[in-house]
Each structure stands twice: as C-alpha cells, then as structure tokens.
Design a protein around this ligand. Sequence first.
Ligand code: KIV
Length: 271
Amino acid sequence: MTKSPSDTPVTTRDFLAFKEAGRRIVCVTAYDALFGRLVDEAGVDCVLVGDSLNQVIAGRESTLSATLDQMVYHGAMTRRGVRRALLVVDMPFLTYQVSREDAIRNCGRVMQETGAQAVKLEGGTAMADTVRALVDVGIPVMGHVGLTPQSVHALGGYRVQGRDEAGAERLESDVRALEVAGAFAIVLELVPAALAARLSKALKVPTIGIGAGPGCDGQVLVLPDLLGLNDAFSPKFLKKYAALGEAVRRAVGGFADEVRRGAYPGPEHSF
Ligand code: KIV
C-alpha cells in the first residue's frame, strides 16, 4: 500500500473529509505495540484494537468474554506503536449497554488509560441515545452494525445480515440513527454489497466495510486474518495478503532443526 503523503495524525474529522474527497479509508486491527507500529508505518488511516483479540489472540470462542481490562491493556500497548493513524478501541460486551452512566464511565476510562482517539461499539437504533451521550461528553464513537459479533447468539451465528426486506430496512434505520446521534463512522459487517453501497451513498459519515463489498467508504480486516497467520480461517470475504502462518512454522522449524543439529549458534553468533 502507498503511504499517505502526509505524516499528520489522522483525526475523526479527516474521516468525513476523506469521504467527501472520495478517498477510501483503510483500517486494520492491531493488538500490541509491535504490530501497531508496523501497520502505522504501512500507512493505514485507522488502527482498531478490536475485541476480536479475544478470539485471535486469547484463543476464546467468541468476543463475548472480552473484558474492559483486556481492552485497556491492549489499547495502551497499541498506542505505543501507532503514531499517525487514528486509534480506535472496541468496547467489550456489557460495558456500554447497561446504562448511559456506565457507558460514559467505561468509554472514558478507555480514552484516559489507552490514549485512543475514539471508541467503537456495536448496535444501531438501540444504542443511539448512548452514542449521543458519549459524543456530548467529547468521546468520538465509531458505530458497528450488520453482523455484530457480541450478539452472535441472538443472530443465530456469523451470518450475512439484511438479506431480506425487513432486515435491510432495519439496517437502514440503524445507520441513520447512528449518524443522527453523532457517530463519526460506521462499520458494516457481513452486509450484502448492494445494500452496503446504497447505505454508504445515503450517509454523510463514512462506512467501513468488512464482508460488505466494494461500495463502502473504507475497508477493515482483522490483521492476523489478512496476514494469513490464522490459516484455518477462510471466509468468503477475506483476502489473505501473506501466508505468515506457514512462514512462522517454517522459520521456527528451521531454528529447531539447527539447534538439534548443533548448527546454531555458529561462530558468527558467538562472543
Ligand atoms: O473486533 C474487531 O476486530 C472488529 C472488526 C472486525 C470490525 O470489530
């Protein structure tokens, strides 16, 4: 990917300007300083510390058991690597749904303790008042609708949303409610491409798609997925830009082999 011409840090206001200029927004997840630095140096616009870390890093079945402490820990680590991209931290299940007071306190803690510039939370119309309350106290919010992984059991699995007319209408009200509430961007996950394109055109704020086709204003992928680190995971929407899972096995296998044969360390590695 080509780097952005400017090294100026990306702000939430830039997201709107990017959309107005027809410049697609690039977002990836990262969960620590090492990968935060690498993806920032690659020139992405936005780094998301997603609660997907509970699955891809912590090895859990779903995002449901992710905790606020986990997100703060990984958010603060990632902050140390990211200089230019906008840093967004995901709010985990039950840290923003119970009450608006809880949401402000927990999102405020994430902003204070991680240095992120925004939070992301799942849900549309039902979350609109909460989004408004957060925006009113100065916390920028990225929305997330379509397949919302924290509701995986209510949705009956990781399936495409908005396929039928009623579902499409619901999604349309959801994104409009989030825009009116002040969300600066909205993730559309697993939404039919034609619907996602229509919603993106209808909104002033940018949409960031994952499994939502090319008509969104930007795209996000989970970093270990796009790097091919998580090689068993191959949903239709995913393009793997590297095969690092295999590269890691090969490299570590080479190390193990040389240690066992006494070939490493050689004289050039010894003092
Ligand atoms: O948790 C996450 O990584 C996400 C992205 C897939 C959008 O929510």
